[in-house]
Write a protein that binds this ligand. Sequence first.
Ligand code: G
Ligand code: G
Ligand code: MN
Ligand code: NA
Length: 254
Amino acid sequence: LLQQEELATALDGDRFVLHYQPKVDLETERVIGVEAFLRWHHPEKGLVSAQQFIGLAEETGLIVRLGELALRQACIQVQALERAGFESLKMAVNLSVRQLTDSGFLDMVRQVITETGVSPERLELEMPAELLNEDPRMLRDLLVSLHDLGVCLILDDFGTGSCSLVALQQLPLNVIKIDHRFIRDIPYNVSATDVASAVIALARKLHLTVVAEGVETPQQLSFLKTAGCAQCQGNLFSYPLDEDALIGFLIRQY
Ligand code: G
Ligand code: G
Ligand code: MN
Ligand code: NA
C-alpha cells in the first residue's frame, strides 16, 4: 500500500517523471502534440503509474506540490523539444480539481510560464469534466484568467458525469476529449458509437476541437475518421513514452 509519508518523501526526493503520449491529427496523420502523465520511480515497486497515487495525492493535498512539479517539468520538456527541432508540438498537462481550486493556482501557472520561458500557446491544460460541478462564477473567472494567459483549455473525460451544454458553450474551452471508455467499445457497442458520433457532431457545432483518447484498433480509428473526429491518441499510435523514447518516436515520424 502506498502511504502518504512515502509520497511526501518521494516528492522531496524528486522521484517523479513525466511520460508523454503522442497525439495525432487525423487529417494529416502527423503528431501534433503529447499528453504528459506522471510516473513515480519507486525504490521497490519500480515505475508506478499515476492511477496508483493521484487519488492519495488529491486526498492529502500533496497534489498541489506534485502538480506544480509536473507543470514545470512539462514546460522544460517543451523547451527541450524545441531545441531538438520540434517547434510546434503542444504539451497537454493533466490537472485535478483540487489543484484548479487552490487559491495559488493561477499565480503558480503564471510563475512557471515566466520561469521556464515557455510560449503559453504551446501549453494545454486538461481539466477533468467534474470541474464543471464547481461554483459557476468561480469556474468562469478561473477559466477566463487561464484563457487570457494564452494557454489552450481542454475538457477531459467528456461523456462521464454530467455537463451542462450551456457551460460548454459559454466557458472559454478550446478542446473536448471523448473519454476512453466510449472509444473502447467502438465499433461493436451501438450506444458507444452513438455517443462518440454525437459528441463529435456537438463539438463541431460549438467550434470545439474534438480528441478521442484510448484509441487501440484500426477499426476505432476508421470509425473516428468517418465521424469527423479531429485528433486521436492511444496505444494504436504509441504508449506514453519517456523523454528519450519520445524523441526517438518523433525522429522516426518526421
Ligand atoms: O496514465 P495513468 O493510468 O497513470 O493515469 C491515471 C490518471 O492519472 C489519469 O486520470 C490521468 O489524468 C491522471 N494523471 C496522470 N498524470 C497526472 C498529473 O500530472 N496530474 C494530475 N492531476 N493527474 C494526472
Ligand atoms: O484521465 P485521463 O483521460 O487523463 O487518462 C487517460 C488514461 O488512459 C491514462 O491512464 C492513460 O495511461 C490511459 N491510456 C492512454 N492510452 C490508452 C489506450 O490506448 N488504451 C487504454 N485502455 N488506456 C489508455
Ligand atoms: Mn487526460
Ligand atoms: Na479521460
